[in-house]
Design a protein around this ligand. Structure first.
Ligand code: NAD
Length: 272
């Protein structure tokens, strides 16, 4: 594993250079924006010129993402909300339109884990995980689509996972939720492509974020052991390495890309 994989900080990463205006003039709503992958994406999108509505149910990571973005000269507001609520999703869209006068990009990124086999998982855990990881994508998209349909353009990016492509043990609900995100992405790409709206998802591999590190700490597995299962690059990703894939899909550089599940996985999903 390289030294890149040992840090969880998304705030001092060398990849975070000055922006090149790839999202200039655009407005983005990003869920799960205060931590991990969403935090790196919010910061990167802002550096590339987008105005950001940072949505998160928690504001425990400091500095809060909107303050971090503003301290770097960007524009951002924080919207504390639970994305499993339809009202919250309507609220984040309304805030973008009211505060920034438009909405071009929705990054449905908030997610959580709940490990366990089917016989062990409670019905409550199953439903709770599907709500956060899959239903939130439905609700967020439902909230933003009327606006995107009216303007005849927009880019929706959903965070799936390599575990939406490959099954793994003790992970029934998570794998199911992320497989659902991939097929929801493709279904929406077909339905809304004719209206000028692109819908894509990313499938990150093991990424050094608070979610992953908390999960493996509970299981007592060193990150090196998990990273070595990836026989290609043999390390975990940093959140910024996922954020750059999201940036591509969000930007006009991906104007002919829709329905795509972009594996950002260091080669994990090419292995037999
Ligand atoms: N870290 C990995 O190895 C990895 C790999 C593949 C996919 N992912 C996916 O990437 C996404 C981001 O994960 P991360 O690793 O950055 O995790 P993280 O825990 O660091 O960040 C997730 C953020 O989402 C927020 N959140 C959770 N539930 C929410 C809700 N109901 N409403 C609003 N906000 C909520 C949390 O407060 C947190 O700030 C998730 O969808 C996750 O499944 C992560």
């Amino acid at each position: 594993m390289t030294s890149q994989a040992s840090s969880t900080s998304t705030d001092e990463h060398p990849m975070m250079g000055p922006g090149r205006g790839r999202l200039e003039g655009k407005v983005a709503v990003i869920t799960g924006a205060n931590s991990g992958i969403g935090r790196a994406a919010a910061r990167l999108f802002a550096r590339e010129g987008a105005k950001i509505v940072c949505v998160d149910m928690a504001d425990v990571v400091a500095p809060r993402i909107d303050a971090l973005i503003r301290s770097e000269g960007g524009e951002a507001v924080f919207f504390q909300a639970d994305v499993t609520s339809s009202e919250s999703c309507q609220g984040m869209v309304a805030l973008a339109l009211e505060r920034f006068g438009g909405l071009d990009i929705l990054l449905n990124n908030a997610g959580k884990t709940a490990r366990g086999r089917v016989d062990v998982l409670s019905e409550e855990d199953w439903k709770g995980l599907l709500d956060v990881n899959l239903t939130s994508v439905f609700l967020g998209s439902k909230a933003v689509l009327p606006h995107m349909m009216a303007q005849g353009k927009g880019s929706i990016i959903n965070t799936a996972s390599t575990y939406g492509i490959l099954a793994t043990n003790d992970n029934a609900a998570y794998c199911s939720s992320k497989a659902g995100v991939i097929l929801l992405t493709r279904s929406m790409a077909i339905d809304y492509g004719p209206m000028g709206i692109r819908v894509n998802c990313v499938c990150p591999g093991v990424t050094a974020t608070p979610l992953l590190l908390g999960n493996i700490a509970r299981r007592g597995v060193p990150i090196e052991e998990i990273a070595k299962k990836n026989r290609c690059l043999q390390r975990a990703a940093m959140p910024e390495e996922i954020a750059y894939g999201m940036l591509f899909l969000a930007s006009d550089e991906a104007s002919f890309v829709t329905g795509h599940a972009l594996a950002l996985d260091g080669g994990q999903t090419i292995q037999a």
